[in-house]
Design a protein around this ligand. Sequence first.
Ligand code: URA
Length: 205
Amino acid sequence: MSVTELDHPLAKDLLTSLRDRDTESPRFREYAHRLGLLLVAEALTDIEVEETKVQTPLEGGTGYRLGKPVVAVAVLRAGLGLLDSLLTLVPDAAIGFAGLQRDEETAEPIEYYSKFPEMGGARVLVLEPMLATGGSLSWAITMTKQRGATDITAVTVVSAPQGLEVIERDHPDIRVVTGSVDDDLDHNFYIRPGLGDMGDRLFGT
Ligand code: URA
């Protein structure tokens, strides 16, 4: 498994705004969207391209197109906060949904809804903004593999070391692109310092 932590001044600035407890939902969604653009761009930095010809207003030249389809899987509900960023950059992406909620006592994922497009041959981005215990992300990655995904990148806003260890153990073949590797989990399995509950902060619940 490889882990890429974004090291870009814009990403650091946006993440600070997301962490700030005084940032309310409308601005929080906007910052998440902008940080998502940087995360998705990084997650696709090594996708293969195919050479093509392009006619500019001046002359013929060489162009490039994405060499494989892109599929995104949003882990509900916080993953919805990164979906617009993905669709802004790759409007043709097919979208899947992994509906999981955490058991508040054990933090284990409980499935309540899933729907996935065809994934064989695609670059699959699993959008799970908060990688805490790793249970939900590991489960979502397993679901994508069962549907033929072999080229998988997880996109997270904040990751806990414990969650990264679980992904390394369960899915050593994948890449993780994250805004930050934070310090720890608290006794309620929230990431510290983190940004709180991403779903609540996105949707004002
Ligand atoms: N999910 C969140 O939204 N925040 C955390 O800190 C951990 C899991």
